[in-house]
Design a protein around this ligand. Structure first.
Ligand code: NAD
Ligand code: IMJ
Length: 258
């Protein structure tokens, strides 16, 4: 597949080899893209650098904590300097405090609400604003984020993350409206549950995986590589008329009433 031949992409949200963003980075690289990968903090830098060495051509590795306007600005400047423009952005970032994912939703503190919405939803707005001029310089681009069905339905413990994903999905539509005239598309993939770092320590996650396997029309769970296949479609030229969309990649689970 060479759908992304000659394209430059920015991937935000690789933590380790199980990250959905890492599967998408590998697929994008195979499809011919030159990438910049970011890491959240020094703790994750070595991980991301080591993963980066397995891609060809070698990606740029840059810091980006999405709570910092300064780091987002420096990221944009570095991408402009090194790539001279940008064709696509993958946003694969979410965070809520453990307490917020454990206690009943009604207990959510102002601080926990603010943090979850800031990191998981506002960051897409800030990053989109930063990269839009770089994409315009290329005649357009594609922005993709990752969401979960907990934005539309209640899942045990998803809590404030569900509210953050609802804001994220609404942001996809408003950003698509703002940036469409510059030929910049903005979409989301709503993925079924996958055992990543963001799923670790979630009590009952194995039960959730099992429930999906039993109820989904395809009677199985999905893999990060399958999310990556859909991502390459939306990030590349074959998705050129699709924007403001949430594409579900969940083996059909969301269609079922019972
Ligand atoms: P992951 O833990 O590998 O990825 C989450 C990423 O968010 C990490 O790379 C982490 O460094 C980053 N992050 C958190 N706070 C940040 C900050 N302040 N600045 C910069 N980065 C920060 O887990 P994942 O499952 O690959 O999650 C990626 C995305 O996929 C998330 O948006 C998640 O909500 C979404 N998603 C996951 C599943 C699932 O079941 N795993 C299902 C649907 C959607
Ligand atoms: C996460 C929590 C509760 C239920 C959940 C999840 N279900 C799924 C997830 C049913 C599929 C994974 N997911 C879709 C996420 O978006 C996870 C986000 C997340 C995970 C953690 C765990 C560690 C932590 N904070 C987190 N913040 C966000 O401290």
């Amino acid at each position: 597949m060479s759908d992304l031949q000659g394209k430059h992409g920015l991937i935000v949200g690789v933590a380790n080899k199980r990250s959905i963003a890492w599967s998408i980075a590998q697929a994008a690289s195979r499809a011919g893209a030159m990438l910049a990968l970011t890491y959240q903090g020094e703790r994750l830098e070595e991980n991301v650098r080591e993963l980066g060495t397995t891609l060809s051509p070698s990606p740029l590795i840059l810091p980006c904590d999405v709570t910092s306007d300064e780091q987002i600005a420096e990221l944009g400047a570095a991408v402009e300097r090194e790539f001279g423009g940008l064709d696509f952005l993958l946003h694969a970032v979410a965070f809520a405090s453990r307490e917020a994912l454990q206690a009943p939703y009604v207990q959510t503190s102002r601080a926990a609400f603010r943090e979850a919405l800031d990191i998981s939803a506002y960051s897409l707005v800030a990053l989109s604003r930063e990269v839009a001029p770089l994409m315009s310089a290329r005649g357009g681009g594609s922005i993709l984020t990752l969401t979960y069905l907990g934005s539309q339905r209640v899942f045990p413990n998803y809590n404030v993350m569900g509210v953050a994903k609802a804001a994220l999905e609404a942001s996809v539509r408003y950003l698509a409206s703002d940036l469409g005239p510059q030929n910049i598309r903005v979409n989301a993939i709503s993925a079924g549950p996958i055992k990543t770092l963001a799923a670790s320590g979630i009590s009952g996650f194995s039960n959730i995986l099992q429930l999906y396997r039993e109820r989904a029309p395809l009677r199985r769970n999905i893999e990060a590589a399958e999310v990556a296949d859909a991502a390459i479609f939306l990030l590349g030229p074959r998705g050129c008329a699709i924007t403001a969309e949430v594409l579900t990649v969940d083996a059909g689970f969301q269609a079922m009433g019972m």
